[in-house]
Design a protein around this ligand. Sequence first.
Ligand code: GLY
Ligand code: MN
Ligand code: MN
Length: 425
Amino acid sequence: MHDLQGKELEARRKEVFKQMKENSIAIFFSGVSKVSSEDEYLPFCVNKNFFYLTNIEQEHSALMMIKAIGEKSTYLFVDPYDELKEKWTGKRISFESAGLISDVKNVYSTENFETMVKLALTDDNNHYGQIDCVYLDLSSPEQKLKDNFFMNDFAMKLKVDHPNKEIVDIYPSLRDLRMIKSPLEVQNITKAIEATNSGISYVLRHLKSGMAEHVFADYFEMYGRLHDRTKLAFSTIVAAGKNATCLHYPTQNDVTKDSDLVLFDLGYRHKQYCADISRTFPISGKFVGLQAKVYEAVLTTNKAVIKYAKPGLLLKDLQDFAIETLKNECLRLGLMTEDDDIRNYYYHGVSHHLGLDTHDVAVKDRPLQSGNVITVEPGLYFAKFGIGVRIEDNVLITEDGAMNLSKNIVKEMDEIERLMASRNV
Ligand code: GLY
Ligand code: MN
Ligand code: MN
């Protein structure tokens, strides 16, 4: 069994059962790989709600939960052993290990899936009596992808085959559960952050001018692959000088200069849980002139927002507070005048939830609660100075305020300069 304890999976499924009406069934799919071109597929990305309830990462799998006749039954479906398929694309999970990983006792072949659904939804002579309601994970953002192991098609087919059944979207229940992280989930996020910290240190040791931006992203990604084959949480952003004023700067082909600040926005995954970290470093090893002022304004705001965050506040409150702090800092440091608008230099949100998805599922206008994990990522982007700075940490909301899970990742100017002085370049 993976580290994720069976007890926790059991508790998550118990919560889902609690949300289900009597005489109902819930179905989740892991999804399938997306086609990228003729006979080629993108790397498989498991549906996170399915993963949350099963800990299974294999494509073309399904989970069925039935609440009827006073009982709660759970069934997992994975593909059967296929000798030829294994010869082409490697080992697939056995029924036995699927049971151990998911802590589901009833594991069946996907070949039985449709029959089992039909059986459960047939009103006569059915072990489960009459099922009135089918819960499907319908509004999960992943459902926008057409080939996600037929969740949308499945819903349509159900409507035709069983017009008397009510179909209900169970996504809101999963979203609400996932917003509150358990200690085990926080531990996984923390491990992703620690690995990201090591990746950043590795990049820092090799940071020097004259190299294209993407080389630093390559270093980060290679380090991850060499250590535990860590996967990325999202596409790595490396942007030097003025390029850092484009938030999702895509090309990364410019050659870096000694006078550049380089903005990194990156993160690995650990057991599917994401880190999302931004740091900004001077290629020369020293913050000079306006670079130091802009960095100071962002760093002060980053720390102030972390101190301010606590249960009961909205993400919008954090954003308003960040804007106010950035504005005051820019005025204090002479980076702008009273006539200027801070929104010309800061044009994104300061926080989002973080978890199995980098921009994790959330109700954006729900007050923060203990157990939320969010980012704190103020930035300032002065195209006219050729400077973009973002400093992004990942924090756990507790009754006592925000606990910075990424506090070990270097961000003080003097610490960065000290570290960079010891580079092997
Ligand atoms: N890496 C994307 C973000 O910070 O939201
Ligand atoms: Mn980020
Ligand atoms: Mn972020």
